[in-house]
Design a protein around this ligand. Structure first.
Ligand code: FES
Length: 181
């Protein structure tokens, strides 16, 4: 028959199959890191253990912090007027965010989400009282968001801050370590 495969062609076909498969396996052995690295860069796993690692900065850069007019805030400019222990209100995420200013003054690697852990009202920073105060039931928190007075016993939630090329990025994820505990 015309369509019948000759033994010679069958042998050649089998030879291609064997060498083709072996070649594919060999390439996988030679370049395993590249494919693993790709998976890692798309994985959230490293960012939950170390939110400020280089891998996390590439994975989830967050949104740039802006002032009330929508202008991006540069860290170097912010620190020329920032006062240690006085949180700075910024925009960028769906809720306002307070950057934390440590001694130096230095920008902390975390910021405060002003959602009261009691019933979800938005707390406000009171410079004259040097604390956050909740307008609903009077809870109070210090400049790092640590609870000072109830009715709640919980601290204010935190988000992660990353600075890249002088831009301040807000990442809506709690830092790997809560510096208040
Ligand atoms: S909602 Fe803040 S104290 Fe109740």
């Amino acid at each position: 028959m015309e369509n019948e495969i000759s033994p010679k062609n069958r042998r050649q076909f089998l030879k291609y199959m064997v060498f083709g498969t072996a070649g594919t396996v060999a390439l996988g052995w030679i370049f395993p890191q590249r494919s693993l690295g790709h998976e890692r860069s798309n994985s959230a796993t490293p960012c939950t253990s170390d939110g400020n690692s280089e891998a996390c900065q590439n994975y989830l850069r967050g949104v740039k912090a802006t002032d009330s007019s929508g202008n991006h805030i540069q860290e170097s400019v912010l620190l020329t007027t920032a006062v240690s222990g006085r949180p700075v209100l910024v925009k960028g995420l769906s809720k306002p965010t307070y950057l934390v200013i440590n001694d130096g003054p230095k920008l902390a690697e975390y910021a405060i989400n002003p959602t009261c852990p009691h019933h979800g009202c938005t707390v406000e920073w009171k410079t004259d009282r040097n604390k956050f105060v909740c307008p609903c039931h009077g809870a109070q928190f210090d400049a790092q968001g640590k609870v000072l007075k109830g009715p709640t016993h919980r601290n204010l939630p935190l988000i992660t801050v990353v600075v890249q090329d002088d831009d301040i990025f807000l990442i809506d994820r709690k830092p790997a370590v809560d510096p208040r505990t």
